[in-house]
Design a protein. Sequence first.
Length: 190
Amino acid sequence: MTLGLNHIAPDFQADTTQGCIRFHEWMGGSWCVLFSHPKDFTPVCTTELGYMANIKETQGYAPNCPIIGDFDLKIAKLYDMLPATATGDASIRTAADNQTVRNVFIIGPDKKINLILVYPMTTGRNFDEVLRVIDSLQLTAKHKVATPVNWQKGEDVIIAGSVSDEEAKQQYPQGWKAPRPYIRIVPQPR
């Protein structure tokens, strides 16, 4: 089975740096970012982990996340990061073997996958983009809006296409800008 958007994120039990966890139980009713690294001490991944530790400076708190050991590759296969036929000991896999284990999953409180990004071994992830997407997903889950290209928190948004003009008039009595009939722009709801 191939994972996709709105699929339930597979549950698993794993040993981590914070003890044994059952994934769905651990995340509870929170949003979750699950990102993978193919192996210990890879150069690009090291820069990513360093960046995550520095997020406290810009976000006010540092990620407090367990690091999962996937020595038998079960989680990588469960999340379609490796073919089901992949074999071998994770500790002796090479960069060529691990090329697909560079994924980011954003999972909502309902345990559904909201985003999947797959990065090549040679390109570091853009965690500013991941944070931007989380802001958008949380906003659009709460309000019937969509975020336009390059949207940043606090900027104008678009009334969702599923909202009729009549319903939009009730939600936005002050009106909206409409450069096209299908693009109804309003300030970001608070």
